[in-house]
Design a binder for this molecule. Structure first.
Ligand code: FRU
Length: 506
């Protein structure tokens, strides 16, 4: 059957005073303007980056540390790079926070504000920021040892600008397990102790401590539960609504191949995590959201998440230079009850809305397919409601450029799924593993569906029904995909807005 094109009517509203960032269109401001450089996502200016680390809010700043190898654009001896932001959208780069030492590379971990000075690192009433991370000793690994991963701590008394490593590191030696890493710590107020979640090969181990230096084993979780197609990494345990959520990244073994993040919904009594069921849940069905964790010490009640927007299947090969990798947009997590299901929804933090400049109102009644950013840049958002008489009908949104490169987001109610097809969207020559249609299950049973789609040069983030389904995907087009066609065989009425977004790296 020949598909019918729904035509959009367009009404333009200029939201902000100006529609394009100063100087950019003339090419005068070359900062962060390389080919495929994302314009409002965090990426390092140069060199290799992977997981977000040490996410902590302190003294008006969101800190983001990250796995960083300053000497190359491929993974290597890990440092903690560092950036801060006041609004989660504009980032300031700071010097490297933690360098490898004789105990090893500095792998992933977390940071907290030790308000009660339990660690004793505070001075003159000033609470220390304490970081805990994995030491990975490469020489021991080469020599065939299996105890090369341990946990170390460091602290800062100047809001993360400089760090001192604890002189009795490691604080948690290796008990004889190869994969023993990525400590994520929080203060359990009701029991006055720190809780650490640690990824241990195929399960999570919980430890507790009163002083950050001595850790007691509490329990293991998950060897028999959840997805096990690869090693477990980067856990995070936190209360969301009335349930405890345990995030666990896994590589490989994601729902669409390679790296992905699963989560468990349950209860935690300070020692043992008990899931409410045995269901496997994924935080994001796209291929490019891995190792994500949440900020500690946020005081406005939000639980904010950010992930590494790549996949170990091809992260070292993507065609960018002189840097590799970006983070996802920061997202607010919430626990929703959908039917009988507990679902962790992800939405971009509201601060992202400050990037909107021009609004085009969209409705499917008149006569044009639309150009998504009149400035010609691949920086835009589509915010749509899709409505049918009884149940949303199949549709496709095709984003394309003049070179016929296209990226297709589709919904199929029979298969109960969304798909993202990036195979024809640009350069995919760097890895065969980059190809293949990504599927995200979504059983829409109502007459209306909300869709939000955010594009930044070479990333697409799809949020369906306020983030009940999320899919994040990279692509590498030769020119912006600023033409949008909404294709369907019947029935849906489409309305909403297209926003032009501005860059955040001026
Ligand atoms: C996840 C991960 C972590 C590890 C880090 C090393 O992407 O493999 O388990 O700490 O990356 O860079």
């Amino acid at each position: 059957m020949i598909s019918r094109l729904i035509y959009f009517s367009i009404l333009i509203t200029i939201i902000a005073g100006c529609s394009s960032p100063k100087n950019d269109m003339q090419g005068e401001n070359k900062y962060y303007r390389e080919k495929h450089r994302l314009q409002f996502h965090f990426s390092p200016a140069t060199s290799w980056m992977n997981d977000p680390n040490g996410l902590v809010y302190h003294s008006g700043e969101y800190h983001m540390f990250y796995q960083y190898y300053p000497d190359s654009t491929v993974w290597g001896p890990m440092h903690w790079g560092h950036a801060v932001s006041k609004d989660l959208v504009h980032w300031e780069h700071l010097p490297i926070a933690l360098f490898p030492d004789s105990l090893g590379y500095i792998f992933s971990g977390s940071a907290v504000v030790d308000s009660n000075n339990t660690s004793g690192f505070g001075k003159e009433g000033q609470a220390p920021v304490v970081a805990i991370y994995t030491y990975h000793q490469p020489d021991m690994e080469k020599q065939g040892s299996i105890v090369f991963q341990t946990q170390g701590i460091a602290y800062s008394l100047d809001n993360g600008r400089t760090w001192s490593k604890y002189d009795s590191n490691p604080v948690l030696p290796n008990p004889g397990i190869r994969d023993f890493r990525d400590p994520k710590v929080f203060w359990l107020e009701s029991q006055q102790k720190w809780i650490m979640s640690l990824a241990v090969k195929d399960h999570i181990s919980f430890y507790s401590s009163g002083d950050f230096k001595n850790w007691k084993f509490e329990s293991d979780f998950g060897a028999e539960l959840g997805a096990h197609g690869g090693v477990w990494e980067c856990p995070d345990l936190f209360l969301l609504g009335d349930k405890w959520i345990l995030l666990v990244s896994i590589n490989p073994g994601g729902p669409n191949g390679g790296s992905a993040t699963q989560y468990f919904v349950g209860n935690f009594d300070g020692s043992v995590f008990t899931p409410i069921d045995t269901k496997i849940r994924w935080l994001d069905y796209g291929r490019d959201n891995y190792a994500g964790v949440t900020w500690s010490n946020i005081t406005d009640g939000r639980r904010i998440f950010i992930g590494w927007m790549s996949n170990w299947d091809y992260g070292n090969l993507v065609p960018t230079d002189p840097w590799r990798s970006a983070m996802t947009l920061p997202r607010t997590l919430s626990l929703e009850k959908i039917g009988n299901e507990h679902v962790v929804s992800s939405k971009p933090v509201v601060e992202v809305e400050q990037l909107r400049t021009r609004e085009l109102k969209i409705s499917s009644s008149s006569d044009s397919q639309i150009t998504l950013n009149p400035n010609g840049e691949n920086l835009y958002e589509l915010d749509l409601s899709i409505e049918a008489k009884t149940k949303v009908e199949p549709f496709k949104i095709i984003l394309s450029n003049e070179q016929q490169q296209q990226l297709i987001v589709a919904y199929d109610p029979d298969n109960k799924q969304f798909t993202i097809d990036r195979d024809g969207s640009g350069d995919n020559s760097f890895s065969e593993k980059f190809n293949g249609i990504q599927e995200g299950p979504f059983d829409n049973t109502t007459a209306i569906m909300k869709l939000r789609l955010i594009v930044d040069v070479g990333s697409i983030e799809l949020f369906v029904d306020d983030g009940a389904l999320t899919m994040t995907s990279l692509f590498f087009p030769d020119a912006p995909l600023t033409q949008a066609k909404f294709v369907q065989e019947s029935g849906n009425i489409v309305a909403g807005s297209n926003y032009t977004l501005q860059r955040s790296w001026d």
